[in-house]
Design a protein around this ligand. Structure first.
Ligand SMILES: [Zn+2]
Length: 334
């Protein structure tokens, strides 16, 4: 599955979808927040997906309980810090964590700019403490509309040098990419790179919009690209990476069965495929599980899996010199 002689990345990992159960429990106690669970075991059944959900929106609802205990900026800092530790424990050589400050702020009406600052500080401290290189991606929660997303963008831009890219997530069908052109123009002007959730809950036109209108060079999920041969070829030719998340795609219903996931087709068409977790805490998985599934359920070969590992470095938003250093570090280890 994972080849330990080469770097391992996770480029699509929501830190607000990966809040530890023990942290949810402790923060609820600290801030006297009532949880719909009397112990950690029952909390687990509420936070983690137990079976396939009906659709993306039902999946996203499972993330609500985790952020419901973020009652202060300190709580946001803690979650960010622990996410970096979790990434290290998962064996990642490099991670890109993403977060939506509006989503994290909403339960307690926190100031979104302070949430951004707390997450940036928590990640920076975690990266130093656990010696793992990382980058942050800001997420605009499209579900709350254009105006909220503009406020979210402005808050993220106040720490623009600590963030490497911008993403659009949430209700893909009701809030298509074409409504956020202005936001992503500003983001590109700020020097950020672009990834967009597309082709997860909507068809290939959503992926076209993300690329053509928002300037995405990576696509989150992109499952429905499989319905459009020209699009797949375009993505392959232009090295527009696809951030595949097998378990998440099954749980949201983006694919009916894991063994029917188009990841194999994407590889065969020469697309830049990466494997990622999406929301490890909500899905109850880690990156190793995704490689295992790709081998056992999808039937990818060791060579294809190694290619995916290397794609994770090449498709990352890290600088060229860092990518080279990361690859050089591992060369000759085996
Ligand atoms: Zn995602």
């Amino acid at each position: 599955m994972i080849n330990p002689s080469y770097p391992l990345t996770d480029l699509h990992r929501h830190l607000d979808g990966n809040i530890r159960l023990s942290t949810i429990w402790q923060l609820a106690e600290q801030y006297s927040i009532a949880l719909p669970a009397e112990n950690l075991a029952s909390l687990k059944s509420k936070v983690q997906i137990q079976q396939k959900t009906t659709d993306l929106l039902a999946f996203l609802q499972k993330m609500e309980l985790g952020v419901s205990v973020l009652a202060s900026e300190q709580a946001c800092y803690r979650v960010a810090y622990e996410n970096v530790e979790d990434a290290k424990r998962a064996g990642l050589s490099y991670v890109e964590l993403r977060f939506s400050p509006v989503f994290m702020a909403k339960a307690f009406g926190l100031d979104i700019q302070q949430v951004v600052e707390a997450v940036v500080a928590g990640c920076k401290a975690g990266s130093q403490a656990f010696a793992i290189p990382m980058n942050l991606i800001g997420v605009l929660s499209r579900t709350y509309g254009e105006q909220s997303c503009m406020q979210e963008l402005q808050a993220l831009l106040t720490t623009k040098d600590h963030i490497c890219g911008l993403d659009l997530a949430g209700d893909e069908k009701a809030f298509p990419a074409k409504r956020f052109v202005e936001h992503f123009t500003l983001a590109r002007d700020a020097g950020w790179q672009i990834t967009v959730h597309a082709g997860e809950a909507d068809g290939p036109d959503s992926i076209h919009q993300a690329i053509d209108l928002l300037g995405a060079t990576r696509i989150g999920h992109g499952v429905t690209a499989a319905q459009d041969e020209k699009l797949m070829d375009f993505m392959a030719r232009n090295e527009i990476a696809v951030e595949c998340c097998l378990t998440s795609n099954f749980q949201t219903g983006a694919c009916t069965n894991i063994d029917e996931h188009p990841v194999k087709m994407f590889l065969e068409r020469g697309m830049l495929v990466t494997l990622n977790t999406d929301d490890p805490g909500v899905s109850g998985i880690e990156i190793a599980d995704e490689y295992q599934l790709a081998k056992d359920s999808v039937g990818l070969t060791p060579k294809q899996l190694l290619g995916i590992q290397l794609n994770g470095v090449n498709a990352s938003f890290a600088t060229g010199s860092f990518k080279k250093m990361l690859l050089d570090c591992y060369t000759g280890v085996s």
